[in-house]
Design a protein around this ligand. Structure first.
Ligand code: PLP
Length: 378
């Protein structure tokens, strides 16, 4: 048998296994015609609250909206500073800028690629109002330290958990908490390729704070609590019923999906740990890793040449992310210049993410591993 074509993310294989449940859920929505704000959305909201052990889940149109609504709910003022890592997906800083707040970017840790606690400490000014840590590639940022800093300086913490749903963080008192459920607010995305993905756009906000939850629910619904009475400026951001139906079918599989990503990551780790040209992902001490991405640092070989040679062998590989926020054209700012965040800049030049999804088989893994080692050892 010929090996199945390797994808960065293989949603077709995943769907084939859950087709019956997914199709039945979608069919129910269509025959009910409750496409918006139907019972499926409420059902998913409760299913996810239960799964995560969080008091409130607020479904949204996508993860970027979730972040925006979260920041809108905090009542920040123009010029207030929000600290975020410079090595991340653009959405994190985008919403800060859109709201007229000032993004203050900081460097990340070389091994975990997550926001650096020391860098956060150095970036705090009297104008700092919030920290938005990103749980990059699927492991939690050092949340215990971040929450301590936030408490000391009276700052809000909004977790960007778009890549890390189902990652678990263990606090020093033994409490184990899901990604997105530690700060004042957590945000996630159900973009199809995320660890819990729907079949279109989707997102959600998590919070244990009922007051913030009520506020964010209203903001996501045109700032409306009593119908056609608008108490605040809001947006229109909804998870639609068909997406909720897909998520209801997939949520029961999330633990198993996480386990299969972790299994693939162990194969990669084992295969590359002694390759002197490559550094395997470093682990955050108190977090599990759900491997949204499996991201290598290519240190003794040309990253771009490796990517090209893998492509020739039918193996996709991606660069997440080639340009840190402070060097993006749209975010050019007199406060920052090249060289200011050396770790992020070095990562942007050497990271390479390998195929990672829930249905990588042994034959595919063997082929990827052999190819990477063969190319880099030459
Ligand atoms: C995917 C992602 C987002 C945005 O989610 P969308 O649903 O695409 O809007 C935000 N932050 C991070 C870190 C992401 O990976």
């Amino acid at each position: 048998m010929i090996m199945e074509k390797i994808q960065m993310v293989d949603l077709r294989r995943q769907y084939a296994q859950i087709k019956q449940q997914v199709d039945a859920e979608i069919e129910e929505v269509i025959s009910s015609t409750a496409f918006i704000k139907g019972p499926k959305v409420e059902q998913f909201q409760h299913n996810l609250e239960h799964f995560l052990g969080v008091k409130n889940v607020i479904p949204t149109g996508n993860g970027t909206d979730a972040l925006q609504i979260a920041l809108m709910a905090l009542g920040l003022k123009k010029g207030d500073e929000v600290i975020t890592p410079t090595f991340t997906f653009i959405a994190t800083a985008e919403v800060v800028a859109l709201l007229g707040l000032t993004p203050v970017v900081v460097d990340v840790d070389w091994d975990t690629m997550n926001i650096s606690v020391d860098a956060i400490r150095r970036a705090i000014t009297p104008k700092t109002k919030a920290i938005v840590p990103v749980h990059l590639f699927g492991q939690c940022a050092p949340m215990e330290e971040i929450l301590d800093i936030a408490k000391e300086h009276h700052l809000y913490v909004v977790e960007d958990a778009c890549q890390a749903i189902n990652a678990e963080y263990t606090f020093s008192d033994g409490r184990v908490v899901q990604a997105g459920c530690m700060g004042d607010i957590g945000c996630t995305s159900f973009f199809p390729s995320k660890n819990l993905g729907c079949y279109g756009d989707g997102g959600a906000i998590f919070t244990n704070n009922d007051e913030l939850a009520a506020r964010m629910r209203a903001i996501a619904n045109h700032g409306m609590i009593v119908r056609y009475h608008h108490d605040m400026v809001g947006v229109n951001s909804r998870l639609d019923s068909i997406q909720a139906a897909v998520l209801n079918a997939k949520l029961p599989h999330l633990d198993e999906y996480t386990a299969s990503r972790q299994k693939a990551s162990r194969r990669y780790d084992e295969a590359f740990k002694d390759n002197p040209k490559i550094l395997i992902p470093g682990h955050e001490a108190h977090s599990t890793h759900v491997f949204h991405q499996y991201t290598l640092r290519i240190v003794g070989f040309s990253r771009d040449l490796l990517k090209e040679k893998l492509q020739e062998k039918g193996i996709p590989a991606m660069i997440y992310y080639p340009v840190p926020l402070h060097l993006q054209k749209a975010y050019k700012d007199d406060r920052y210049k090249q060289g200011d965040f050396p770790v992020a800049e070095k990562l942007a030049d050497c990271v390479l993410s390998l195929p990672m999804h829930t249905h990588l088989d042994d034959e595919q893994l063997d082929y990827i591993i052999q190819s990477v080692n063969q190319i880099t050892m030459n």
